[in-house]
Design a protein around this ligand. Structure first.
Ligand SMILES: [Zn+2]
Length: 333
């Protein structure tokens, strides 16, 4: 059976407008977001935006160890959702919900109907569908130990595009690289993998016009990424956008869940549990003391701990190159 209940971006936008009125918690938190403090840092060729967002303590401070998960009621299971929280069905397996603790002016959580662990492969097709059907939004994925506050319940998020600096920076990067490579292109026209380095959150950008190509290229990257001991899949954050009839999927592999400062005491302490928003360049600080002390040096330190170095992604890229027997372009941001 083919589902025909795909949510459109205008239906999602309508849902949010309605919830701002019918759900006081959402109304209050979206209003508070309008006055949120933001600082921008020039990192030398790209920017990072820090956001002081006290309401996000719920997520950044969330305990995600197995014992804590067992003891809490899952906040993404349909039977535990607040009565005020309305839901739209997306295909057969997902629900579109307003996120009551927003980082973005439009912020949706998209959990599966069933309580099933956060993993990318079983939901990959839906990730592509969401990216295309909710096209004005950026869709992102937090791996179970790469920022997800509910690693036991599969979910995506859909957010206003252009708030994370990465949205624009990656679009610009692709435009520039494709112009430069046109004359010598030996790539298949329907898709390619670009290497993103010199960006602190180094990784790969897939551009594909066909769903099968996007899937094939993603699986090639997935297979080349290391799986740390005890992890169910390679650690990563994913970002999907769709424009000019193409999917643009940014894959940022991770090597660490949180920086050491998360556990530190005293002045060194930093309440940062980087997820896709942070990796996308919107660095969330729920505590004012952290917002005040954040600077390019500290940001650099955090990203270097949780993401792969230039050299590490370059080595993976060379491997992809050999596997594909093709000639993907070596590119730097
Ligand atoms: Zn659940």
């Amino acid at each position: 059976m083919k589902p025909n209940n795909w949510v459109s971006s205008s239906q999602a936008t309508e849902l949010l407008s309605k919830q701002l009125v019918t759900w006081p918690l959402a109304g209050k938190n979206y209003k508070a977001l309008e006055a949120v403090q933001v600082k921008s840092f020039d990192m030398g060729g790209f920017s990072i935006r820090a956001q002081f967002n006290p309401a996000r303590i719920v997520s950044s401070g969330a305990k995600t160890d197995t014992q804590s998960l067992k003891e809490r009621k899952c906040f993404l299971c349909p039977e535990n959702l607040p009565v005020e929280q309305e839901r739209l069905s997306f295909g057969l397996h997902h629900l579109v919900l307003c996120n009551p603790y927003p980082i973005f002016p439009q912020h949706f959580t998209i959990p599966t109907r069933k309580h099933t662990p956060q993993l990318i492969l079983p939901q990959w097709n839906n990730f592509l569908e969401l990216t295309r059907r909710l096209a004005p939004f950026t869709i992102f994925y937090n791996g179970p130990r790469s920022g997800a506050s509910a690693p036991d319940h599969a979910h995506f998020q859909a957010v206003t595009r252009g708030i994370m600096p990465q949205d624009e920076e990656v679009a610009h990067f692709i435009g520039r690289e494709l112009t430069a490579s046109q004359a010598v292109s030996r790539q298949a026209n329907d898709g390619r993998i670009l290497l993103l380095t010199g960006y602190l959150r180094n990784g790969f950008v897939i551009q594909a016009s066909a769903q099968e190509t996007a899937t094939r290229l993603f699986k090639t990257i997935y297979a080349a990424l290391p799986i740390p001991p005890g992890e169910p899949e390679p650690m990563m954050n994913l970002f999907g956008s769709y424009y000019d009839d193409n999917w643009v999927i940014t894959v940022i592999p991770r090597k660490r869940h949180r920086p050491w400062q998360y556990e530190a005491e005293g002045d060194d302490h930093l309440l940062s549990s980087p997820g896709a928003a942070d990796i996308g360049g919107l660095f969330i600080t729920p505590l004012e003391k952290d917002f005040k002390k954040i600077n390019p040096e500290l940001l650099r330190d955090v990203y270097q701990q949780v993401c792969l170095s230039n050299r590490e992604v370059e080595e993976i890229f060379v491997h992809l190159h050999e596997e594909a027997g093709g000639h993907p372009y070596q590119m730097s941001y």
